[in-house]
Design a protein around this ligand. Structure first.
Ligand SMILES: NC(=O)c1ccc[n+]([C@@H]2O[C@H](COP(=O)([O-])OP(=O)(O)OC[C@H]3O[C@@H](n4cnc5c(N)ncnc54)[C@H](O)[C@@H]3O)[C@@H](O)[C@H]2O)c1
Length: 470
């Protein structure tokens, strides 16, 4: 596919009438309605603010990157949710979030088990937002449900198929509202594709080709040096990174996956590529540092990118950053880490309704992007993660969809195309109305996409095609 600029020119978009429409923006409604007459891809986005019968209380369990993304909803939409307890083993992060929400000392915890123990005589909040490292999701969620909490848990929901199924069983037993953070389902772009598919605009789906391209520095930060570098500590790549993609594929198709087979290996970020004489850390005077695109000094000190895990003090000097970096895992040579995640992955999936899927993941990409092609009996959708084109088979006529997220109230400049906050909004609505169907993604659906990921990984490791259902 060409770049977005290549086929989604402003003039074409205007001509096609691809305008954003929200229920709250009455002013634009008439112009958009006339555009919708010609363009079936125009669709209505839900407003970002939750309409609730009362303010809901939330405990943030893991005050890192994701915990912060979700607490932001309560800051932006006052009166919808209030953070009343925070947990983190990291004192800096705990204090930062707890101070911002003026949380008293007795509701600040250093381990999620402390919060659970303190809940034995009654819940501390309506909702647990579980944004812990992958290996703690299952335990915290199951125990939270047992204590009567509704739980929003980050993906991956758990580290094995057995754990996922145990979480589902516990949800059925307790009747709690449980959501998994498949935030891309709540992003306008993917919603619009799903809407076009569900309205039959491409007929019956025959096949899908979907690739996730992960930008190379993102790969080095998260999957070589960082928290998700090792499948045994975190979760295999196809689940930790790609469970979003598997979930989207599953969502578009709407039936269960029967078989999976996969290939992929770690070939680049490994010891054989470490230059002779390169020290263990970029901060140890590496002679190759100047010419290395993965130089930690360039990434974290010079460019100040990907610095969140370093917990830098405000206005840190280069010397301060270098010192913090040197003591962290992020200064390690990318060819001398304890990583085992493959940089490339190719999977073939087959679904109950006969749809076949080719899914790939690439970790050495110059850009971060998701590319999707869905072929149906009446047409084809091709998208690049920002816009998509629908081409009818009968006429060859194409229409483009795009939405300027920065122009849509509530969605502008928000993580995952507004998906982070929309998920939070829908979760609050589901809890308030005691109606899990208000969430786009059911727990059953999340379990299904995780089962596909675990089957892919089994296939990659054994070289065999793995049966999931059927
Ligand atoms: N939905 C998405 O798109 C998305 C994106 C990134 C990460 N994630 C997932 O979200 C989860 C959190 O990721 P993150 O980027 O916020 O990581 P993070 O490291 O920034 O945050 C996790 C926090 O948990 C804390 N912690 C660790 N052990 C703890 C314990 N026993 N008790 C209490 N706190 C503890 C850590 O100190 C850390 O601050 C991960 O499972 C990750 O895979 C999801």
């Amino acid at each position: 596919m060409q770049s977005r600029k290549g086929f989604l020119k402003e003039s074409m978009l205007a001509e096609a009438g691809c305008l954003a429409e929200t229920e709250t923006v009455a002013k634009k409604a008439s112009a958009e309605k006339s555009a919708a007459v010609d363009n079936p891809l125009v669709y209505t986005m839900r407003p970002m603010k939750a309409e609730l019968s009362r303010e809901l209380t939330v405990a943030i369990v893991g005050a890192g990157g994701r915990g912060n993304a979700y607490q932001h909803y309560g800051r932006k939409y006052r009166g919808t949710m209030k953070v009343v307890a925070v947990v983190d083993t990291n004192q800096y992060r705990l204090d930062k979030m707890a101070n911002a929400w003026k949380i008293p000392a007795e509701r600040r915890f250093h381990d999620y088990r402390e919060l659970l123990a303190a809940s034995a005589n009654g819940k501390l909040a309506d909702i647990l937002v579980v944004t812990l490292p992958d290996h703690l999701h299952c335990d915290a969620t199951i125990k939270g449900m047992e204590l009567g909490y509704d739980v929003l848990v980050e993906k991956p929901m758990a580290q094995s198929a057995k754990e996922c199924l145990a979480m589902l069983a516990k949800q059925k037993e307790t009747g709690r509202i449980v959501g998994v953070c498949h935030v891309l389902r709540y992003a306008a772009y993917f919603e619009a594709i799903k809407s076009a598919v569900d309205r039959g605009l491409i007929g019956e789906i025959m096949s899908i080709q979907h690739s996730e391209l992960v930008e190379k520095i993102h790969t080095s930060n998260s999957y070589v040096r960082g928290n998700w570098r090792n499948s045994k500590i975190a979760t295999p790549m196809v689940i930790s990174k790609c469970c979003h993609d598997l979930d989207l594929i599953n969502w578009f198709i709407g039936t269960r996956c029967t078989h999976a087979s996969a290939e992929g290996e770690l070939r680049y970020f490994c010891a054989k590529n470490r230059p002779n004489g390169a020290p263990a850390r970029c901060t140890d005077g590496c002679p190759f540092e100047k010419d290395c695109i993965y130089s930690a000094l360039k990434i974290y000190v010079k460019r100040r990118s990907w610095t969140d895990p370093l917990d830098l003090p405000p206005k840190a000097t280069d010397e301060q950053v270098t010192k913090i970096l040197a003591a962290s895992p992020y200064s390690r040579c990318v060819f001398a880490c304890d990583n085992d995640q493959p940089e490339q992955y190719a999977a073939a999936l087959r679904f109950e309704n006969g749809v076949s899927v080719a899914f790939s993941y690439e970790g050495l990409s110059p850009v971060g992007q998701r590319r999707t092609r869905i072929i149906g009996t009446k047409g084809m959708i091709e998208g690049d993660g920002i816009g998509f084109r629908l081409t009818e088979l009968a006429t060859g006529k194409s229409r483009d969809w795009s939405m300027k997220i920065q122009d849509v109230p509530g969605y502008e400049q928000q993580g995952h195309g507004g998906g982070d906050l929309r998920l939070m909004r829908d979760f609050l609505m589901a809890v308030d109305k005691r109606d899990p169907s208000l969430l786009t993604s059911s727990l059953e659906a999340s379990v299904e996409s995780h089962l596909i990921g675990f089957a892919c990984e089994e296939s990659r490791l054994t070289g065999k095609k793995v049966k999931i259902h059927g």
